[in-house]
Design a protein around this ligand. Structure first.
Ligand code: S3P
Length: 175
């Protein structure tokens, strides 16, 4: 049965969190249950530049990717009734978070470095993971970003022991 949206959920939901936290899988389920449109920000960036994320980083570098990410956020957050899966790095730009906060309820999907590393073991479209010691890099990057995710969000869902369906159910209960 479709969930009746509570009256205060009038705009959008944004899922933030590290790579491997399940933003895309959880977001799709959530959007389906709320009858919202699901939008993956990385997909929007890939479509706008017509190349995969890995190629954007390779050809133009991370700074160019971040600029494109901000441009995409400015364009896409004019929509309503959407569930957005944000790239893991959106929190590093204050400008991004101002727009996202103003236009959505933000949920931080938390994942531990070990579980993220395990979930991402076959990954090859995430340039930041093309490093010799993945677990170390994930741990360091997560430490740098953790406070940003926590400060930006309305609430946190721990995904280490939850699959995307369970995470989506918890979000629906807490909205
Ligand atoms: C990034 C996360 C990726 C993607 C890019 C950079 C990051 O998104 O935006 O590879 O800085 O953490 P996901 O979190 O959806 O994998």
């Amino acid at each position: 049965m479709e969930k009746q949206i509570k009256p205060h959920i009038t705009t959008n939901i944004s899922l933030i969190g590290f790579m491997g936290s399940g933003k895309t899988s959880t977001g799709k389920i959530l959007a389906d249950k709320l009858n919202f449109l699901f939008i993956d920000l990385d997909n929007i960036i890939e479509l706008s530049l017509n190349m995969p994320i890995s190629e954007i980083f390779e050809k133009h570098g991370e700074e160019y990717f971040r600029k494109t990410e901000t441009i995409s956020i400015k364009k896409i957050y004019i929509n309503k009734n959407c569930v957005f899966a944000c790239g893991g790095g959106v929190v590093v730009r204050h400008e991004n978070m101002e727009i996202i906060k103003k236009n959505s309820t933000i949920i931080f999907l938390h994942v531990s470095p070990e579980i993220a590393c395990q979930r991402l073991k076959n990954e090859n479209n995430r340039p930041l993971l093309k490093v010799p010691n993945r677990l170390n890099s994930i741990t360091e990057l997560m430490e740098k970003r953790d406070h940003l995710y926590r400060n930006a969000c309305d609430f946190i869902v721990d995904t280490d022991i939850k699959n995307p369906k369970e995470a989506a159910d918890e979000i629906l209960q807490r909205l």
